[in-house]
Design a protein around this ligand. Structure first.
Ligand code: FES
Ligand code: FES
Length: 175
């Protein structure tokens, strides 16, 4: 069953789509009932109360909503929750056990790579994905991989320094 683009959903059609689905978030299977085109960012924040995933632009331009989907960095504001069934979602809350820090989080603190902090969860998630794919990236690779994550405070040099400080030391894996 498909819905024509732009179609207004009448109640029976809408109800047919509002089935409960399973979503694995931070290693835990959750049941959610998202709207058909609900974004993963909205599901995480509004339904699962995982507010660490930030939304700024809401249209795939800033990277503040970056999460891992099967280990790959994605913009949660552009990801449809219903397309994530069976995939593993990792948010900033799931990078390390409660009360502990992931090596990349620690590196951001040590390198003072945070000003207002709004972009930081997305920056950390993008860095973790980069280090998982490329454990010892050089400067151009860091700039390329992080180019989809904007920081209005301009903390880019310190963010790069934080990534360099954990490069080659397992920064792309869990704590
Ligand atoms: S909030 Fe998703 S890319 Fe800006
Ligand atoms: S630290 Fe403020 S937007 Fe990046």
């Amino acid at each position: 069953m498909g819905i024509a683009p732009g179609a207004v959903l009448d109640s029976p059609a809408r109800a047919a789509y509002l089935t409960t689905m399973k979503l694995t978030v931070n290693g835990r299977e959750r049941e959610v009932t998202p709207d058909p085109v609900e974004s993963l960012a909205d599901t995480l924040r509004a339904r699962l109360h995982l507010g660490g995933t930030k939304v700024a632009c809401g249209r795939g331009e800033c990277g503040s909503c970056t999460v891992l989907l099967d280990g790959r960095a994605v913009y949660a504001c552009l990801t449809i929750t219903r397309a994530c069934e069976g995939a593993a979602v990792t948010t900033i809350e799931g990078l390390a056990p409660p009360g502990e820090l992931h090596p990349v989080q620690r590196a951001f603190i040590e390198q003072d790579a945070v000003q207002c902090g709004y972009c930081t969860p997305g920056q950390v998630m993008a860095a973790v994905a980069l280090l998982a794919a490329e454990p010892a990236p050089d400067e151009p690779a860091i700039r390329r991989a992080m180019s989809g994550n904007l920081c209005r405070c301009g903390t880019y040099p310190r963010i790069a320094a934080a990534i360099r400080s954990v490069a080659g030391r397992g920064g792309g894996t869990g704590a």
